[in-house]
Unconditional design. Sequence first.
Length: 685
Amino acid sequence: NMSRKKRSRPATPESSGDSGLHQKQPIDGSTVLSILSLVALATVPFLPSIDGEFIFDDRRTIVENGVVRGTKPLSEILTTDYWGDVLASKASHKSYRPLTTLTFWLNHRLHGLWTPGYHAVNIALHAINTVLVHRLATVIGRRIASGPPPDYGAWTAAAAFAVHPVHVEAAELLSALFFLATVFLYLGSEPGAVGTEPTTLGTLPRSKAYATLVVFSVASKEQGITAPIVCVALEWALSGRRISIRRAASNVVLVAILATLINYAHYWSYSLSLLIFPSSLCFDYSMGCFAPIISLADYRILTTVTLLVVSAAALVLVATVSEPMRRWILSIAVITVVPFLPASNLLVTVGFTVAERVLYLPSIGVCLALFVVVYGIQNRFPRSIDKSMMRSLGWTVLVIAAAMCAQRSSHWRSSISLFSKDLAVCPNNAKIHYNLGKVLADMGASREAEQRYREALRLHPAYESALNNLGNLLEASGRTTDAEEYLAEAIRVAPSFAAAWMNLGIAQMRAGKYNMSEASLAHSIALRPNSAEAHFNLGVLQLRQRRQSAARAAWIDATSLDPAHARAWSNLFVLLDEMERCDEVIELSHTACYHNPSLSTLRLSMGTCYAKRGDFLDAERELRRAVQLAPTSAIYHANLGVLYQRWHRYDDAVRAYSTALDLDPAIGSVRDNLETTRKRLNSTR
C-alpha cells in the first residue's frame, strides 16, 4: 500500500514522509527473524579476533592514553586529541574524538585492558549499524515508492553491509550509529516506526535532537560532519526533481576538471574497488604502496579513465532513466560520495590517500547499489533469469564474503600476523616494514627487526621513526657509535622529533658523554614538556653525576606527569631511602601504590623505611606483600629476614634467610646473617 503521490517541492525535516506512510508497521515473526539473521551475519565473521591483542593505533589511543587509563583527569578528554596529546601542542594530530575516547575510558573502568571487552563493543556497534542500514534501505525504498521491494531489497543491502570484509578495520562505528540516526530523524522516520513525523523525540524537541545527534557523530569521528550534507542531499535526491541533459553535461565537465588530479582519481578508484572487490586488503597504503603516476603511459591511468566513464554514465542515467530509478541512483551516490569527501584529499589534505578505515559509511551506498542492480537485471530479463538461481548465487556471494571477513578478522588477532600478511599486499610500503620491525624487536628478535628497519630505510631513507628505532636497537646491542649516527640523522630529518632527542641523550649518557646527554635530554623536554620518560631519563643521568637532589626533582616530575611510571617510582623511593628521607617515601606511598598496585619494589622500599622508623608491624606488612608479589626474589626474603632479626623473631628470620639461600645460594651476606641468627637463637634456648 505504498503511496505514489508526487511531491511538488522538496520536503523539510518537519514535513518529510509521504502521507500514506504515517502508520507504524506491525512487527511480525518474519521481521524479527530477518533482524536476528542480520545480527548473526554482522557478528559471527568478526569473532575470530575478539580476543586479539591491541594493534597499531590501539597502543596510543588506549594503552598509552593517560585519560583512558585514569592517570589523567577525565576532564582532559575535552582538551586532548584522540591520541592523548594536548590539542594546543605542536605534536597534536588534531583528531578530536572525545566521545570515542569516553567509550574507551568506560571500557577501561569496567575491565581494564581486557581486549575482548573492547572488541565486543565494536562488534555490537556494527550489528546495530547493520540493522540501521536495513531500516534506512526500507525508508528510502518506501519514499521512492517504486522499484525494488523494500523488504527484500533492504535485507539484501544490509546483509552485504554486515559481511563486507573492508569493515574489519572500521574506525567510525560509533560515529556511523549517530550518523544513521541523524538521517532517520531528518527524513522524518524513527528507526522503530517508518514514516512517523514526531515534533519531539521523547521530551527533546526534534530540531534539538537532530543537532545533538550531529554533534555526537562529529565527536565520535570527523566524518560525522557530513551528516547534515547527506540529509539535505538525500532529501533533494528523493524529491523527484529532474536533471536536464544540459545540466548533466555541465556536471560531466566539472567531473573532468576534478579528475585532472590524476593521482587522486587513481586513489579514489582504488577505494571504490575495495568496496566492490575487497580481495587484497591492507591496514596501510602509504609510503610506497602506490608509486605516483608521472607518465601518460602508466597503465594505472586506465583506472582514472574508468572512474570518469562511470561518473559520466551515472550522470547520463540520472538524466534519462525513470524517476524511481533516478531517485535510487542519486540516493546511492549521495550516501557513497558525501561521507567519503573528508578523506578524499579534495576538500582538505589528510595524512593518507587510501584507507579502509574510512570506507564504513561509503560502503552503505555500494551495498544499496548491489540490490538495485540485481533487481534491475531481474526486471529487465524476467523470463531468462531464474530467480532461484539468482537467490542461490546471492547466498553464495554472502557466504564467500563472510568467509573473507572471518579470514581478515583472524589477521587482526596479533600485530605479527597483520603486518606479515599485509606485507604481501604492499611489499614496498616502508611503514609496514617499520611496524613489523617494532613487533620483532619487542619479541626479542633483534636481528630480524634490524633487517626490517633497514629495509624501511632503503625504501624511504628519510623515515625518521625507522632511523630512531634502528638507533635504539643498535644502542641496546652495544653498538653505541652506530646508534648515535642514526639518532642524529633522525634529528636532522625531523629537528622537532622529541623522542629522537631523548634517545640520543640516552645513547650519549651510556657512552659517558654526560654534558652532551644533558643537552639532548633538556632539548627533548623543551619540545615535549609532558614526557614523563624524558624526565625519568634526565633523573638517571643526574644520579650518575651524583646530583641526588636534581635526580629527585626529575623523578618527582616524571611521576607527576605519569603516576603509573613504575621505574620512576622505584628509583625515586630507593633514592629517598638513601637520602634518609623515609618520611617522604611514606608520604608518597599511597599515590604510588594506587597507580602501581602490583609493583613489588615499592613495597620493598616502604617496608625498609618503616623498619628504619621502628614501625616493625607496618614494615612486616609491606615486606610480606613484596614477597607475595615476587615470591622468587631472594633479596625480598633476605630483607624480611633482616627485619625479623632486628625484631628478635629469630625463628622467622631463619626461615626467611633459608628461603633466600634456596633461591640464590650465591648471596654471601645472607649466609653470614643466617649463621649469626642461628647462634642467637641457640643462645636464647
